[in-house]
Design a protein around this ligand. Structure first.
Ligand SMILES: [Zn+2]
Length: 126
């Protein structure tokens, strides 16, 4: 017996990203929503992060609440749906943007250029 296999997962980290706490370092990012269900998976994941108490959801006129993405007819509420959450510990923002009309989108750590659908001010100017 014994002989357990240890699989080490090495996260690709960008050294230029600073002051991120260990919670944020372990957040799973999505480069590309190649299927709607990947976005839904990510949406669920973001809700879990908020439910865990480590993150809070950002409320903003350009953002849609995580649990309000479909209407009563099971249709997307908008062509472009954005969410944002923030780590309560270190303040790191994570943004999710999905284009439900043309497809595509991602869930990323803020700090690098990403979805800024028509927003006039950067989200970090809170
Ligand atoms: Zn953090």
């Amino acid at each position: 017996m014994g002989g357990g296999v240890h699989i080490q997962i090495i996260l690709k980290m960008n050294k230029s990203e600073n002051n991120m706490c260990e919670i944020c370092m372990n957040v799973k990012l999505y480069d590309h929503f190649y299927l709607p269900k990947i976005y839904l998976e990510c949406n669920n994941y973001m809700k879990q992060l908020v439910d865990s108490g480590d993150f809070e959801q950002i409320v903003d006129s350009r953002l849609i609440p995580l649990d309000k993405i479909k209407d009563e007819n099971d249709c997307w509420v908008d062509d472009i749906i954005c969410h944002e959450i923030r780590c309560k510990k270190c303040g790191q923002h994570f943004s999710c943007g999905v284009n439900t009309y043309h497809g595509g989108g991602s869930f990323e750590r803020q700090g690098k250029e990403m979805f800024r659908f028509g927003s006039s001010k950067p989200a970090q100017s809170l």
